[in-house]
Design a protein around this ligand. Sequence first.
Ligand SMILES: [Fe+2]
Length: 296
Amino acid sequence: MTAPSNKPLANLDEWEDFVKDRYDEPGLPAKEFRAIDPEKKKEEFRNYAADARPSVREFYRLNHHYQTYDFVQAKKADFLKHDRRKMTVWEAAEYLNTLVDDSDPDTDLSQLQHLLQTAEQIRKDGHPRWFILTGFIHDLGKILCLWGEPQWAVVGDTFPVGCAYSDKIVFSDFFKDNPDSNVPRFQTELGVYERNCGLNKVHLSWGHDEYIYDVVKDRMPEEGLYMLRYHSFYPGHREGEYDYLMNDHDREMFKWVREFNQYDLYTKSHEKPDVAKLKPFYDDLINEFLPGKLSW
Ligand SMILES: [Fe+2]
């Protein structure tokens, strides 16, 4: 038998496109969990995830199987030492741009153009400079792929580990193969956590959110840090799950996470930003908040 592929997705955008399809309207829960829709029968929504393309399904199968509590601890112990490279933010963006996947260079944007597109839309809407910078750096953690990390340990909707899985996590059936499903202390509602302990004490499944948060955590405004750290936490910011792990401060800050999500999901277009023209503005912005070489 062949080992499962660590790259079931043709490219990382395949996951992003799937999320975008599920959350096709700003602010609403995923289609498959909407209880009332006058137009369509409930079953149609229930089958939505099951109808996903095989590559996306396989991606979630691997993610839900292998993202255990111990796996998260091990990845944090390794990557949060930040001993791999010293790079400026712009250098990190150019490094991410070397990620070669199966995207079509004629129709798809480069990783750098994606970042600029998100940031430029935030800028056009008149948001503060730290918010624009947050848009620019939010996916830089995808450089984990360049260090050999499998797709399921870089992207995917994140969820708490060490406590019961919400059935509103997409493809939650796949958690039956996660070894943590057989660990009783991980399967109570609170698991290893205390009620309303605050998300800072909660371990989410490992990926590009936690990584970029940790790179810049001492240097960006807290609202931006929440956006970076929780932008893929759809069960929390979109489905309203795991409220019992949040404190009032998390709830307040999640307004910003939801505000950011509009830009993350709905600003993608085929219009290609002019990298050379925009670089001076972003150099200034980076120098204002994140100057010099950072530890990655
Ligand atoms: Fe992301």
